[in-house]
Design a protein around this ligand. Structure first.
Ligand code: XIL
Length: 337
């Protein structure tokens, strides 16, 4: 079969996946070979997150991500950076909440942000050409910007200022890089508030002249909750959303594609066809935007998918999920076609 990266290339796209450093991904030669064959771009599943790079204050740990980057450049694969700031409080390094920012907390938070962006961007230089600068800033429950230990020191309504600063710092220390805001914005009708919140934030950042260049569409599609059957109505909403985003001048990327199959039948053949059908509807529309040039999966094969252990939305029958184009034996599934 023709490699996915070659099929993508004919459409003017790059194709890739997230890779984790565990023994069943980066540590598995067969899985690595699959990635090398199919992909021309990768991203670290966890290894470039702040928590991973600086597990304790000033204790930088670049090893795992560096090993992956060395492999990627050896095999001629580009690598994206994910991510500089993850706005959900529980994904910030725990030590940040215990920081004493002193009598001028805003200055203290700004200093810490600058040090982080400077250290990480200086370490990677031009080897990382695209950064998820801010991840998941909008609370899907109400569309408002999330607060965390870094936004609070910025004072009332400081969230947008903290995000704006994040992008300005990234521009300063990674002047060559594409700067991306990354979020999930599931296409189901239930997440209308989420999408509205993202649009409002992107509009505000544009107004402020913040150097955001693209919106990363995580694209964890499929059935997450009762309202999440991506029917025709959902796709219409999704098109309207993408039209607004591109209308503001932002580029698009698919950054973390997979299909949650928790509401599809247990029968494997049926389930795999259902996954492929959901993917086709979503991708036909989303890949039709010329501003979209990168398509990355969040894992190539079912057994390594984060969804196997993500307890927010499990299958009620507890069967292993089948969200990826390859199965646990690295055999191609209908989604691959
Ligand atoms: C996930 C990883 O896959 C897991 O291994 C980790 O425990 C939690 O994070 N959105 C994102 C990714 O932006 O960073 C998340 O990755 C999946 C959802």
């Amino acid at each position: 079969d023709e490699a996915l990266k070659d099929i993508a290339k004919r459409k003017g796209l790059r194709f890739g996946t997230a890779v984790g450093s565990g023994k069943n991904q980066f540590g598995d030669p067969a899985y690595r070979a699959l990635v090398e064959r199919e992909c021309n771009i990768i991203v670290a599943e966890n290894e470039m997150k702040w928590q991973a790079l600086e597990p304790a204050r000033d204790a930088m740990r670049f090893g795992p991500a560096d090993a992956m980057l060395a492999w990627a450049s050896d095999k001629g694969m580009a690598m994206r950076g994910h991510n500089l700031f993850w706005q959900a409080e529980k994904w910030l390094p725990a030590w940040i909440a215990k920081e004493d920012f002193g009598s001028e907390p805003r200055r203290g938070a700004e200093r810490l942000m600058r040090k982080h962006v400077q250290t990480v961007c200086a370490h990677y230089g031009t080897r990382i050409q695209s950064w998820d600068v801010v991840n998941e800033a909008v609370d899907p429950a109400d569309g408002k910007l999330r607060q965390n230990a870094l936004t609070r020191p910025f004072g009332a309504a400081g969230e947008i200022e903290q995000i704006d600063l994040a992008f300005r710092l990234a521009r300063e220390y990674a002047p060559h890089a594409q700067l991306v805001y990354n979020d999930y914005m599931r296409g189901d009708t239930g997440s209308a508030k989420h999408r509205a919140g993202v649009l409002a934030m992107l509009a505000e950042l544009k107004k402020r002249g913040s150097p955001v260049q693209a919106l990363g569409l995580q694209s964890h599609i499929g059935s997450w909750d009762e309202s999440a059957d991506r029917g025709k109505e959902d796709l219409l909403q999704w098109r309207r959303f993408l039209d607004e985003v591109t209308g503001m001048g932002y580029d698009l990327l698919i950054t973390e594609f997979d299909v949650n199959d928790r509401r599809l039948p247990a029968d494997i053949a049926q389930r795999d066809l259902g996954v492929a059908a959901a993917a086709r509807d979503y991708l036909d529309l989303t890949l039709s935007y010329p501003r979209l040039r990168d398509f990355l999966l969040w894992g190539m094969a079912d057994h390594i998918s984060w969804l196997q252990t993500w307890d927010e939305a499990p299958r009620t029958d507890k069967l292993p999920m089948r969200p990826c184009p390859y199965d646990a034996q690295l055999r191609a599934k209908p989604l691959r076609q």
